[in-house]
Design a binder for this molecule. Structure first.
Ligand code: PGA
Length: 251
């Protein structure tokens, strides 16, 4: 049985005081939400403060990105997996479409970052998803299949068991245009078939696959009703405690 997980991706939002306000508001609203794992991914600059404020709560944190290099070194501006772990993060988002689109992250970089995250003891949330023109050209399975295969290549079975995948069709992110539960479910099923083909059925059944792209309080239940959808990666609606708590408490 896969445990549901709801992740809030704050992106480049929230100053320090706003972050504190948000988590203090959120904590009591989800304190009794034991049916799922709850994760927030604040910007690096507020991670330490947010982690301190969340200590002892049922909310974990994720980095939004990490450097593909392990250890320490002369990589100006970069943040290592060990640094995220040191601040108390349990997860890290990798290969978000905004990273792929604006910062030229390729499947190869995603694979290296996934390896770096695992080396640091973080659970990678590996993002995949097709662009609008790829869907219109009916290339979504080719694109997403390749992203999954390349992103996870070279990992051992034990490492793969720690991975989460987020299916986020690029055309649905921040557009208000959610994939219908049917579209999302069919892509999740496809992703699971890619996992099964390459790494075995048992492993594919254990990996959690999240949906992301305009998830809101009013569409979360229908998405979570799909057996292959194990959670959500939420952007805009995670910036406000009420809406994120409603999403967490979708049941
Ligand atoms: P959105 O973002 O919920 O604002 O569409 C999702 C994401 O980018 O992870």
């Amino acid at each position: 049985m896969r445990r549901p997980v709801i992740v809030g991706n704050w992106k480049m939002f929230k100053l320090l005081s706003e972050s504190v306000e948000l988590v203090l508001d959120l904590k009591p609203k989800v304190v009794n939400s034991h049916h799922c794992d709850i994760v927030v991914a604040p910007p690096f600059t507020v991670l330490k403060t947010v982690n301190d404020r969340l200590e002892g709560s049922n909310i974990k944190t994720a980095g939004q990105n990490l450097c593909e290099q392990t250890g320490q070194g002369a990589f100006t501006g970069e943040i290592s997996g060990a640094m995220l772990k040191d601040l108390g993060c349990c997860y890290v988002i990798i290969g978000h479409s905004e990273r792929r689109q604006y910062y030229q992250e390729t499947n190869d970089i995603v694979s290296k970052k996934t390896r770096a995250a695992l080396n640091a003891g973080l659970k990678p949330i590996v993002c995949v998803g097709e662009r609008l023109e790829e869907r219109e050209n009916n290339e979504m399975e080719k694109v997403v299949g390749q992203q999954v295969y390349d992103g996870l290549s070279g990992l051992t079975e034990q490492e793969l068991s720690l991975i989460l995948i987020a299916y986020e069709p690029v055309w649905a992110i921040g557009t208000g245009r959610t994939a219908t539960p049917e579209i999302a479910a069919s892509m999740h099923k496809f992703i699971r078939s890619v996992l099964s083909k390459n790494w075995g059925k048992e492993l594919s059944e254990n990996i959690r696959i999240l949906y992301g792209g305009s998830v809101k309080p009013d569409n979360i239940s229908s998405l979570m009703a799909e057996p292959d959808i194990d959670g959500a990666l939420v952007g805009g609606a995670s910036l406000e405690a009420n809406s994120f708590a409603q999403i967490v408490n979708y049941k």
